[in-house]
Design a protein around this ligand. Structure first.
Ligand SMILES: Nc1ncnc2c1ncn2[C@@H]1O[C@H](COP(=O)(O)OP(=O)(O)OP(=O)(O)O)[C@@H](O)[C@H]1O
Ligand SMILES: Nc1nc(=O)c2ncn([C@H]3C[C@H](O)[C@@H](CO)O3)c2[nH]1
Length: 272
Protein backbone atom coordinates (compact mmCIF):
# COMPACT_ATOMS: atom_id res chain seq x y z
CA UNK A 1 0.00 0.00 0.00
CA UNK A 2 2.78 2.36 0.96
CA UNK A 3 4.04 2.61 -2.68
CA UNK A 4 0.58 3.39 -4.18
CA UNK A 5 -0.50 6.86 -5.22
CA UNK A 6 -3.62 8.37 -3.70
CA UNK A 7 -5.32 8.26 -7.11
CA UNK A 8 -4.65 4.49 -7.50
CA UNK A 9 -6.00 3.82 -4.04
CA UNK A 10 -9.14 5.85 -4.82
CA UNK A 11 -9.62 4.01 -8.11
CA UNK A 12 -9.23 0.61 -6.47
CA UNK A 13 -11.58 1.58 -3.69
CA UNK A 14 -14.32 2.87 -5.98
CA UNK A 15 -14.09 -0.15 -8.28
CA UNK A 16 -14.30 -2.45 -5.25
CA UNK A 17 -17.40 -0.60 -4.02
CA UNK A 18 -18.88 -0.71 -7.53
CA UNK A 19 -18.09 -4.43 -7.82
CA UNK A 20 -19.72 -5.15 -4.48
CA UNK A 21 -22.80 -3.10 -5.46
CA UNK A 22 -23.06 -4.63 -8.93
CA UNK A 23 -22.55 -8.19 -7.79
CA UNK A 24 -25.00 -7.82 -4.93
CA UNK A 25 -27.52 -6.32 -7.37
CA UNK A 26 -27.01 -9.11 -9.90
CA UNK A 27 -27.14 -11.92 -7.40
CA UNK A 28 -30.20 -10.30 -5.79
CA UNK A 29 -32.10 -10.20 -9.06
CA UNK A 30 -31.29 -13.87 -9.60
CA UNK A 31 -32.45 -14.96 -6.19
CA UNK A 32 -35.66 -12.93 -5.98
CA UNK A 33 -38.79 -14.95 -5.40
CA UNK A 34 -41.75 -13.81 -7.44
CA UNK A 35 -45.24 -14.53 -6.17
CA UNK A 36 -48.65 -13.41 -7.38
CA UNK A 37 -51.84 -12.97 -5.40
CA UNK A 38 -54.79 -14.25 -7.40
CA UNK A 39 -58.51 -14.13 -6.74
CA UNK A 40 -61.89 -12.91 -7.89
CA UNK A 41 -62.86 -9.25 -8.18
CA UNK A 42 -63.11 -7.61 -4.73
CA UNK A 43 -62.15 -10.77 -2.85
CA UNK A 44 -59.66 -8.65 -0.87
CA UNK A 45 -56.32 -8.82 -2.74
CA UNK A 46 -55.36 -5.18 -2.17
CA UNK A 47 -56.38 -5.41 1.47
CA UNK A 48 -54.32 -8.58 1.89
CA UNK A 49 -51.41 -7.05 -0.05
CA UNK A 50 -51.28 -4.13 2.41
CA UNK A 51 -51.08 -6.64 5.23
CA UNK A 52 -48.08 -8.32 3.58
CA UNK A 53 -46.38 -5.00 2.84
CA UNK A 54 -46.28 -4.18 6.54
CA UNK A 55 -45.33 -7.67 7.66
CA UNK A 56 -42.09 -8.75 6.01
CA UNK A 57 -39.03 -6.53 5.65
CA UNK A 58 -37.81 -8.61 2.69
CA UNK A 59 -41.15 -8.36 0.90
CA UNK A 60 -42.11 -5.84 -1.73
CA UNK A 61 -45.74 -5.62 -2.79
CA UNK A 62 -46.55 -4.30 -6.26
CA UNK A 63 -50.14 -3.17 -6.76
CA UNK A 64 -52.29 -3.93 -9.78
CA UNK A 65 -51.97 -0.89 -12.07
CA UNK A 66 -55.73 -0.09 -12.07
CA UNK A 67 -55.20 3.67 -12.07
CA UNK A 68 -53.30 3.36 -15.36
CA UNK A 69 -56.32 1.61 -16.89
CA UNK A 70 -58.56 4.38 -15.59
CA UNK A 71 -56.31 7.10 -17.03
CA UNK A 72 -54.87 6.16 -20.39
CA UNK A 73 -52.73 9.12 -21.39
CA UNK A 74 -53.50 10.63 -24.76
CA UNK A 75 -50.90 13.20 -25.66
CA UNK A 76 -52.09 15.21 -28.66
CA UNK A 77 -50.17 17.74 -30.69
CA UNK A 78 -52.12 20.91 -31.50
CA UNK A 79 -51.06 24.10 -33.23
CA UNK A 80 -50.75 25.68 -29.77
CA UNK A 81 -48.47 22.91 -28.50
CA UNK A 82 -48.89 19.59 -26.71
CA UNK A 83 -52.11 18.79 -24.85
CA UNK A 84 -52.76 15.99 -22.44
CA UNK A 85 -56.06 14.19 -22.03
CA UNK A 86 -56.94 10.73 -20.78
CA UNK A 87 -59.59 8.07 -21.19
CA UNK A 88 -60.94 5.51 -18.74
CA UNK A 89 -60.36 2.15 -20.44
CA UNK A 90 -61.72 0.22 -17.44
CA UNK A 91 -65.03 2.04 -17.77
CA UNK A 92 -65.06 1.63 -21.56
CA UNK A 93 -64.46 -2.13 -21.21
CA UNK A 94 -67.32 -2.59 -18.75
CA UNK A 95 -69.61 -0.28 -20.75
CA UNK A 96 -69.01 -1.90 -24.16
CA UNK A 97 -67.09 -5.17 -23.66
CA UNK A 98 -67.40 -6.35 -27.27
CA UNK A 99 -65.74 -3.18 -28.53
CA UNK A 100 -63.09 -2.74 -25.85
CA UNK A 101 -62.15 -6.12 -24.31
CA UNK A 102 -59.33 -6.90 -26.70
CA UNK A 103 -57.89 -3.39 -26.30
CA UNK A 104 -58.25 -3.72 -22.54
CA UNK A 105 -56.41 -7.07 -22.44
CA UNK A 106 -53.49 -5.73 -24.48
CA UNK A 107 -53.13 -2.78 -22.14
CA UNK A 108 -53.66 -4.71 -18.88
CA UNK A 109 -51.19 -7.39 -19.93
CA UNK A 110 -48.52 -4.89 -21.01
CA UNK A 111 -48.87 -3.00 -17.75
CA UNK A 112 -48.58 -6.27 -15.80
CA UNK A 113 -45.42 -7.15 -17.73
CA UNK A 114 -43.94 -3.83 -16.65
CA UNK A 115 -44.72 -4.57 -13.00
CA UNK A 116 -43.16 -8.06 -13.24
CA UNK A 117 -39.99 -6.60 -14.76
CA UNK A 118 -39.73 -3.81 -12.20
CA UNK A 119 -36.30 -3.87 -10.50
CA UNK A 120 -36.15 -4.72 -6.84
CA UNK A 121 -36.75 -1.78 -4.48
CA UNK A 122 -33.44 -0.25 -3.31
CA UNK A 123 -34.17 -1.07 0.33
CA UNK A 124 -34.22 -4.79 -0.52
CA UNK A 125 -30.82 -4.83 -2.23
CA UNK A 126 -29.10 -4.95 1.13
CA UNK A 127 -31.57 -7.28 2.88
CA UNK A 128 -30.12 -10.37 4.50
CA UNK A 129 -32.98 -12.71 3.57
CA UNK A 130 -34.23 -13.64 0.11
CA UNK A 131 -36.32 -10.77 -1.28
CA UNK A 132 -39.87 -11.58 -2.37
CA UNK A 133 -41.71 -9.50 -4.94
CA UNK A 134 -45.45 -9.96 -4.58
CA UNK A 135 -47.68 -8.88 -7.46
CA UNK A 136 -51.41 -8.33 -7.38
CA UNK A 137 -52.43 -10.64 -10.21
CA UNK A 138 -50.16 -11.59 -13.10
CA UNK A 139 -49.78 -11.94 -16.85
CA UNK A 140 -51.06 -15.51 -16.30
CA UNK A 141 -54.41 -14.48 -14.75
CA UNK A 142 -54.66 -11.88 -17.49
CA UNK A 143 -54.75 -14.74 -19.99
CA UNK A 144 -56.19 -17.77 -18.17
CA UNK A 145 -58.86 -15.91 -16.18
CA UNK A 146 -59.92 -12.68 -17.85
CA UNK A 147 -59.01 -12.86 -21.54
CA UNK A 148 -60.15 -16.49 -21.77
CA UNK A 149 -63.44 -15.58 -20.09
CA UNK A 150 -63.96 -12.65 -22.45
CA UNK A 151 -63.33 -14.96 -25.39
CA UNK A 152 -65.83 -17.50 -24.06
CA UNK A 153 -68.39 -14.73 -23.55
CA UNK A 154 -67.94 -13.66 -27.18
CA UNK A 155 -66.48 -10.26 -26.20
CA UNK A 156 -63.15 -11.16 -27.83
CA UNK A 157 -63.56 -12.76 -31.24
CA UNK A 158 -61.57 -15.76 -32.44
CA UNK A 159 -59.11 -13.65 -34.48
CA UNK A 160 -58.45 -11.34 -31.51
CA UNK A 161 -58.02 -14.37 -29.25
CA UNK A 162 -55.51 -15.93 -31.64
CA UNK A 163 -53.57 -12.65 -31.85
CA UNK A 164 -53.60 -12.19 -28.05
CA UNK A 165 -52.35 -15.72 -27.43
CA UNK A 166 -49.65 -15.39 -30.05
CA UNK A 167 -48.02 -12.27 -28.60
CA UNK A 168 -48.63 -13.40 -25.01
CA UNK A 169 -46.76 -16.69 -25.55
CA UNK A 170 -44.00 -14.93 -27.48
CA UNK A 171 -43.39 -12.32 -24.77
CA UNK A 172 -43.55 -14.75 -21.85
CA UNK A 173 -41.05 -17.02 -23.59
CA UNK A 174 -38.76 -14.09 -24.50
CA UNK A 175 -38.63 -12.72 -20.95
CA UNK A 176 -37.90 -16.19 -19.56
CA UNK A 177 -37.21 -16.50 -15.83
CA UNK A 178 -37.68 -12.75 -15.27
CA UNK A 179 -41.39 -13.20 -15.74
CA UNK A 180 -41.80 -16.62 -14.14
CA UNK A 181 -43.50 -17.10 -10.78
CA UNK A 182 -42.13 -19.14 -7.91
CA UNK A 183 -45.48 -19.22 -6.14
CA UNK A 184 -49.13 -18.23 -6.28
CA UNK A 185 -51.36 -17.24 -3.37
CA UNK A 186 -55.01 -17.88 -4.19
CA UNK A 187 -57.49 -15.90 -2.10
CA UNK A 188 -60.61 -17.97 -2.28
CA UNK A 189 -64.15 -16.85 -1.46
CA UNK A 190 -67.60 -17.44 -2.88
CA UNK A 191 -68.83 -15.21 -5.73
CA UNK A 192 -71.62 -14.04 -3.38
CA UNK A 193 -69.08 -12.75 -0.85
CA UNK A 194 -67.15 -10.97 -3.63
CA UNK A 195 -70.37 -9.42 -4.91
CA UNK A 196 -71.16 -8.11 -1.48
CA UNK A 197 -67.63 -6.64 -1.03
CA UNK A 198 -67.71 -5.16 -4.53
CA UNK A 199 -70.97 -3.37 -3.69
CA UNK A 200 -69.52 -2.07 -0.42
CA UNK A 201 -66.38 -0.78 -2.14
CA UNK A 202 -68.48 1.13 -4.68
CA UNK A 203 -65.96 1.56 -7.52
CA UNK A 204 -67.88 3.57 -10.12
CA UNK A 205 -66.86 1.47 -13.18
CA UNK A 206 -68.02 -1.82 -11.59
CA UNK A 207 -71.60 -0.89 -10.79
CA UNK A 208 -73.02 -2.92 -13.70
CA UNK A 209 -71.23 -6.17 -12.74
CA UNK A 210 -73.67 -9.05 -12.19
CA UNK A 211 -73.23 -12.08 -9.94
CA UNK A 212 -73.17 -14.25 -13.05
CA UNK A 213 -69.89 -12.59 -14.20
CA UNK A 214 -68.24 -13.22 -10.80
CA UNK A 215 -69.45 -16.85 -10.93
CA UNK A 216 -67.74 -17.32 -14.28
CA UNK A 217 -64.50 -15.79 -12.99
CA UNK A 218 -64.74 -17.97 -9.88
CA UNK A 219 -64.98 -21.10 -12.02
CA UNK A 220 -61.96 -19.93 -14.04
CA UNK A 221 -59.91 -19.55 -10.83
CA UNK A 222 -61.01 -22.97 -9.59
CA UNK A 223 -60.19 -24.63 -12.93
CA UNK A 224 -56.75 -23.05 -13.09
CA UNK A 225 -55.60 -23.20 -9.47
CA UNK A 226 -57.55 -26.04 -7.81
CA UNK A 227 -58.76 -28.52 -10.43
CA UNK A 228 -55.74 -27.84 -12.70
CA UNK A 229 -57.97 -28.44 -15.70
CA UNK A 230 -57.10 -25.20 -17.54
CA UNK A 231 -54.69 -25.87 -20.39
CA UNK A 232 -51.65 -23.68 -19.72
CA UNK A 233 -48.94 -23.13 -22.31
CA UNK A 234 -45.85 -22.72 -20.10
CA UNK A 235 -44.14 -25.68 -18.51
CA UNK A 236 -43.05 -23.79 -15.39
CA UNK A 237 -46.56 -22.50 -14.73
CA UNK A 238 -48.07 -25.95 -14.45
CA UNK A 239 -45.63 -26.72 -11.61
CA UNK A 240 -45.91 -23.50 -9.60
CA UNK A 241 -46.93 -24.21 -5.98
CA UNK A 242 -50.26 -22.69 -4.95
CA UNK A 243 -51.15 -21.58 -1.42
CA UNK A 244 -54.93 -21.49 -1.03
CA UNK A 245 -56.18 -19.10 1.66
CA UNK A 246 -59.71 -18.85 2.92
CA UNK A 247 -60.70 -15.26 2.14
CA UNK A 248 -64.26 -15.81 3.29
CA UNK A 249 -63.18 -14.80 6.79
CA UNK A 250 -63.07 -11.18 7.86
CA UNK A 251 -59.34 -10.44 8.07
CA UNK A 252 -59.38 -6.69 7.59
CA UNK A 253 -59.66 -5.88 11.28
CA UNK A 254 -59.14 -9.21 13.06
CA UNK A 255 -55.50 -9.37 14.19
CA UNK A 256 -55.72 -13.05 15.19
CA UNK A 257 -56.87 -14.03 11.68
CA UNK A 258 -54.19 -11.77 10.18
CA UNK A 259 -51.51 -13.50 12.29
CA UNK A 260 -52.67 -16.96 11.15
CA UNK A 261 -52.67 -15.90 7.50
CA UNK A 262 -49.19 -14.36 7.78
CA UNK A 263 -47.81 -17.53 9.36
CA UNK A 264 -49.11 -19.54 6.40
CA UNK A 265 -47.56 -17.07 3.96
CA UNK A 266 -44.17 -17.12 5.75
CA UNK A 267 -44.13 -20.94 5.76
CA UNK A 268 -45.05 -20.95 2.07
CA UNK A 269 -42.33 -18.46 1.09
CA UNK A 270 -39.73 -20.38 3.06
CA UNK A 271 -40.14 -23.53 0.93
CA UNK A 272 -40.29 -21.86 -2.50
N1 LIG B 1 -61.54 -10.34 4.46
C1 LIG B 1 -62.38 -9.33 4.27
N2 LIG B 1 -63.52 -9.28 4.97
C2 LIG B 1 -64.39 -8.28 4.75
N3 LIG B 1 -64.21 -7.27 3.88
C3 LIG B 1 -63.11 -7.27 3.17
C4 LIG B 1 -62.12 -8.30 3.32
N4 LIG B 1 -61.11 -8.05 2.45
C5 LIG B 1 -61.45 -6.93 1.80
N5 LIG B 1 -62.63 -6.45 2.24
C6 LIG B 1 -63.35 -5.27 1.70
O1 LIG B 1 -63.81 -5.66 0.40
C7 LIG B 1 -63.64 -4.62 -0.55
C8 LIG B 1 -62.75 -5.11 -1.69
O2 LIG B 1 -61.43 -5.35 -1.21
P1 LIG B 1 -60.14 -5.11 -2.11
O3 LIG B 1 -60.20 -3.77 -2.76
O4 LIG B 1 -58.96 -5.43 -1.26
O5 LIG B 1 -60.37 -6.23 -3.23
P2 LIG B 1 -59.47 -6.66 -4.48
O6 LIG B 1 -59.47 -8.15 -4.50
O7 LIG B 1 -58.13 -6.00 -4.39
O8 LIG B 1 -60.29 -6.08 -5.70
P3 LIG B 1 -59.94 -6.07 -7.26
O9 LIG B 1 -60.25 -7.42 -7.79
O10 LIG B 1 -60.86 -5.05 -7.82
O11 LIG B 1 -58.51 -5.69 -7.44
C9 LIG B 1 -63.05 -3.43 0.21
O12 LIG B 1 -64.11 -2.59 0.56
C10 LIG B 1 -62.43 -4.06 1.45
O13 LIG B 1 -62.45 -3.15 2.52
N1 LIG C 1 -61.49 -7.68 -18.42
C1 LIG C 1 -60.55 -7.62 -17.50
N2 LIG C 1 -59.35 -8.19 -17.78
C2 LIG C 1 -58.33 -8.19 -16.89
O1 LIG C 1 -57.25 -8.72 -17.17
C3 LIG C 1 -58.58 -7.57 -15.64
N3 LIG C 1 -57.83 -7.40 -14.54
C4 LIG C 1 -58.57 -6.73 -13.65
N4 LIG C 1 -59.78 -6.45 -14.18
C5 LIG C 1 -60.84 -5.65 -13.54
C6 LIG C 1 -61.46 -6.29 -12.33
C7 LIG C 1 -61.76 -5.09 -11.46
O2 LIG C 1 -62.99 -4.52 -11.85
C8 LIG C 1 -60.66 -4.11 -11.77
C9 LIG C 1 -59.50 -4.10 -10.79
O3 LIG C 1 -59.00 -5.37 -10.58
O4 LIG C 1 -60.19 -4.46 -13.07
C10 LIG C 1 -59.83 -6.99 -15.40
N5 LIG C 1 -60.81 -7.01 -16.31
Amino acid sequence: MSGMSMRTIKRLFSSAVFYRFASSHMSRSNEIKRVSIEGNIAVGKSTFAKLLQNAGQDWEVIAEPVSKWQNVDQPTQTVDGAQQSSSNLLEMMYHDPKRWSYTFQTFSCMSRMRTHLQPLAARLLQSTGTPVQVYERSVYSDRYIFALNMFELGCINSTEWAVYQDWHSFLVEQFGHRIQLEGIIYLRASPQTCMERLGRRGRMEEQGIQLDYLEKLHTKHEDWLINKSTKVHFEHLAKVPVLVLDAEVEFEKDTKVQGDLLTKVKDFFSVL
